[in-house]
Design a protein around this ligand. Structure first.
Ligand code: AMP
Length: 587
């Protein structure tokens, strides 16, 4: 008989999701293309129950008929008023759970009656019991309640046999918590958990709302926050801009006819840069970093003892979160699994295990490489023109699209050379140059004229790099095909080359055709040039500045020629490089 499916549910403060294990893989069930169900319920003006997006949309305009953040009240003996009716927190949560159950039934085409539901690690017995009751009210037998950080780590570690210590940093819309989880022989234990139940992405929204509303008030003498409709409009526009700032260096917040003043309509149009925005939220992120420190101390661990950092919650897409975590712990957080969905997917994995299913690793399409550009920066306390500035980090899910701002370095700068690299070394020259182009004809502007550089990488590994002068909109781009597979092949050929050398002497030699010989001669030559480049890069810091510039220019030319497959040009330039080295050795 076919096993009865068990669904996994992340019942969140802001959003909830349902996931299922199918064919050994966990995936979140979509409805109308949407994975997230806003955890908001409401009654329409004619008394209809609204769950999700519709309820969220009416919240600012009809708060008396709408309930949100019900999760904060779970376990309390209270009645929540919605219109002319009262509900317990369990009942309100049951409305959300029922919607998710229906979503799963529609997807599976059969009745679903069992679920695993996640709760924060800090939930006490009463809160857990209330969650169970909410499930029952929704017609679901809650076969297990599991901790959210445990679920998040299961998406990465379901099949690990070695002991692993994982730091789960979970920043949602309204809550933050950090947990240290240990997985050993399939036993998962939360070693420490710490957090702030009133800190999340909504607080970032509030800071940005105040910034925009204050600016508008200064300009027009009207406070948007005092008008219900204008405030609702502003809130939505700001959240959209905040999300854009995770991928782009600037976001314009624009709403036509947002409010009237003496019968005349006023328009809102304010641009915010990511730098400005990060300045606003930095103190909040700092608070989360202190909690990270405290949880490490409580678990008796140093940051170096952590094997992995897993991000959960939509607000962890804020780039400052990842960069601060990396700076404090020296570990790059894992981004492979969508942070909004990893708790639900972990719940589905746990559900699958309970149902006796075979669990495979959660597979997602990610870029295995970091891509970025070179720019002027500081290296070893000195200005250095080839600092590597990553734009898309490795392990980012695909398709990915990120833009970053750079600035011209002198007045009336007419052109900027964009060099695109793949690699992780802070020194761009130690990474692989994969393309370059020049954007010319920039406006007459003082230094610090912003140029944005965007990288789009799709599932087929096609990389598009666009440079744009912000003031004029002047734009240029290039497309690099096979940005991912090319390196995989290259990585393979390097490995094959190494093995060939290892096996070389003992291998039985067959006849080679002249074409094979030509190819292997080319490969040999290429390997020799690459070895030369490797050696010279190591020697670079020892050269005087003016010599460094010459050497760097040659290295770039050679890299470029190798990438174009122009071995003749690479050999010519390699010869020039050898000549300079000879001269430097003699000097
Ligand atoms: P959650 O409670 O996990 O669903 O997280 C919801 C929070 O994540 C809300 O504050 C969202 O505005 C925020 N969020 C979602 N996507 C992004 C993004 N790309 N960048 C920054 N914040 C985001």
């Amino acid at each position: 008989m076919e096993q009865e499916p068990i669904i996994g549910i992340d019942l969140g403060t802001t959003n909830s999701e349902v996931a299922i294990l199918e064919g050994g893989r966990a995936h979140v069930i979509l409805e109308d293309g949407q994975a997230l169900l806003p955890s908001v319920v409401g009654l329409s003006d004619d008394g209809q129950l609204l769950v999700g997006e519709a309820a969220r949309n009416q919240w600012l305009l009809a708060p008396q008929r709408t309930l949100r953040s019900v999760k904060r009240r779970m376990g309390e003996d209270v009645k929540l008023t919605m219109g002319d009716q009262e509900f317990s927190p369990q009942e309100a949560s049951a409305m959300i759970l029922r919607e998710l159950k229906l979503r799963a039934q529609k997807h599976l085409g059969r009745e679903v009656s069992k679920a695993v539901i996640t709760v924060p690690a800090y939930f006490n017995d009463a809160q857990r019991q209330a969650t169970r009751e909410a499930g029952e009210l929704a017609g679901l037998e809650v076969v297990r309640i599991i901790n959210e950080p445990t679920a998040a780590s299961l998406t990465y570690e379901a099949n690990q046999s070695e002991s692993q210590k994982i730091l789960v940093y979970d920043l949602g819309g309204g809550t933050f918590d950090v947990s240290i989880v240990q997985i050993e022989k399939n036993v998962v234990e939360v070693l420490a958990s710490h957090g702030d139940t009133h800190l999340g992405g909504d607080d970032f929204d509030k800071l940005l709302i105040d910034h925009v509303a204050d600016g508008f008030k200064n300009e027009h003498g009207v406070d948007l926050r005092e008008d219900l409709r204008a405030n609702a409009c502003l809130w939505r526009a700001v959240e959209r801009a905040k999300i854009r700032l995770s991928a782009e260096p600037y976001a314009r917040i624009e709403e036509e006819f947002i409010i009237q003043k003496k019968g005349k309509p006023l328009h809102l149009s304010i641009e915010v840069s990511r730098d400005e925005y990060e300045g606003m939220i930095r103190p909040l992120i700092e608070r989360t970093m202190k909690a990270v420190q405290t949880s490490l101390e409580n678990a008796g661990l140093q940051a170096e003892q952590i094997d992995r950092i897993v991000l959960a919650g939509g607000a962890t897409r804020t780039p400052l979160v990842g960069s601060e975590l990396q700076e404090r712990t020296g570990r790059e957080p894992h981004l492979e699994v969508d942070p909004d969905l990893c708790v639900a997917m972990g719940a589905a994995i746990q559900a699958g295990v309970i149902a006796g299913a075979d669990v495979g690793a959660v597979l997602v399409d990610i870029t295995p490489y970091t891509f970025g550009v070179s720019c002027l920066g500081m290296q070893n306390g000195m200005p250095y023109p080839h600092c590597f500035s990553p734009i898309i980090h490795k392990n980012t899910p695909l398709p990915a699209s990120r833009t970053q701002a750079y600035y011209t370095t002198y007045d009336n700068q007419e052109r900027v050379d964009i060099h695109i690299y793949q690699g992780d070394d802070p020194d761009a020259l130690k990474n692989t140059l994969i393309g370059r182009f020049t954007i010319e004809g920039l406006s007459d502007a003082p230094e610090n004229n912003p140029i944005t550089c965007g990288i789009d990488l799709d599932l087929d590994g096609i990389l598009k790099v666009t440079a744009r002068e912000k003031v004029s909109g002047l734009e240029k781009h290039i497309v690099i095909d096979n940005a991912i597979s090319r390196f995989e092949e290259e990585g393979m050929s390097v490995a094959a080359e190494r093995l060939k050398h290892l096996f070389g002497d003992t291998e039985e030699k067959g006849e080679t055709t002249s074409q094979d010989e030509a190819v292997s001669e080319e490969e040999n030559e290429t390997t020799q040039i690459r070895t030369l480049l490797e050696r010279v890069r190591g020697q670079l810091p020892g050269f005087a500045q003016e010599n460094q510039d010459d050497v760097i220019a040659l290295i770039e030319d050679i890299d470029d020629a190798l990438h174009k497959g122009d071995l003749g040009q690479a050999q010519t330039k390699a010869q020039e490089l050898e000549d300079i080295l000879f001269y430097l050795d003699e000097a």
